[in-house]
Design a protein. Sequence first.
Length: 397
Amino acid sequence: MKLAPGIAVAAIASMLSGCGIAAVDYGPVRHADYVAAPRCTAQPGAVIDGEALPLFFATTRLPDCRTDDVTLMRHRGEKIRYGRFTAPREVEVAGKKKLRTPMAFQDSGDWWRALQAETDRRQGRVLLYVHGYRETFETTSKDAAQIARMTGFDGPVIEYSWPSQGEVLSYAVDETNMYHDVRNFRDFLKTLAERPWVKEIVVVSHSLGARLVIPAIAFVDRTSSNADSSNISNVILASPDIDRQTFERDIEEEVLSPRRVANNRRMAVYVSHADKALAASRALHGYPRLGSPFCFDPFEAGDLKAKGLPVRCYASAVPGLTVIDTTDVSRGATGHSNFLRSAVACNDFIDVVADKRARPARLATHLAHVFRLVPDPADPKPDDNGICNRLAAVKAP
């Protein structure tokens, strides 16, 4: 979820009053006409330049293929499409500068074979990124490319892009489309997890994407021919916009069950008390989100204050779960994307993706499963852009 400065309260008021909510407009073009051109259907055996388009995507967005400048829109597509892409670039369209993602569709069979070839060349590891609310294909591609560049991940990086609207007042629409996409995503994840050449899947979700990822992993655990689903091993939830109490109730039953944890599954959750977007989500839903350590229980808050501890409440301890509090190193207008914006958080994220279990930069708390990230006294003003973006050419919006 991304909210511009000063918009959060107005957006909540609009949503709660039923006014100012962006409706979905079918548009002046038949959706079938968007995909009628042959360029919208990838042909088996078509050559893709893997060096120019090194990253992979799967999407349920409806493409607009009426011109050579193919774009992926906010509407639901009729199927999952596959392709390759690279980081978006700023181009001029009708006299205005816009981000465009160089991309090409690929036949599904060719796509899976290309993914296998890339996986086999590396360590059998795959990173899957699932975005959140208020995103376009360009913004999610930018983030996926940043994750690949920042972490130096030693395997293919896949972006799964569902039809988020990319608009502040379309939160309810995004929730609707996210839930509509649950079956598509869980089937995709199951197919990926069942490939014998995939040895480890690192799943990274941001914001609303957690509500796709958690049930999908549970589905794969229940139904996969890979009985232990042990290759879904490293799950990272950044600023998860999911009900914290629901997460606490359900997580140990399936996704972090003793059996899964014994097979080396672990989960890292990045949270921040300074996250304005999740504060807005809490106001809308009525209960705290997993990604925000807000104390819903005033008695628990009082007890923490009486002990001289920060008044922050986290998900309960579960084997395999680590919570990383980025409040003290928060960056950006909303503090909702610290894992991509804050140098300290980015360095921690890089190590988690690399499966480095020891993180001396973390500060222990009174809870064994919760750690804080704090500014480095030796480097109080780190180069956030240089560390997180690896001097990316495209600026964050």
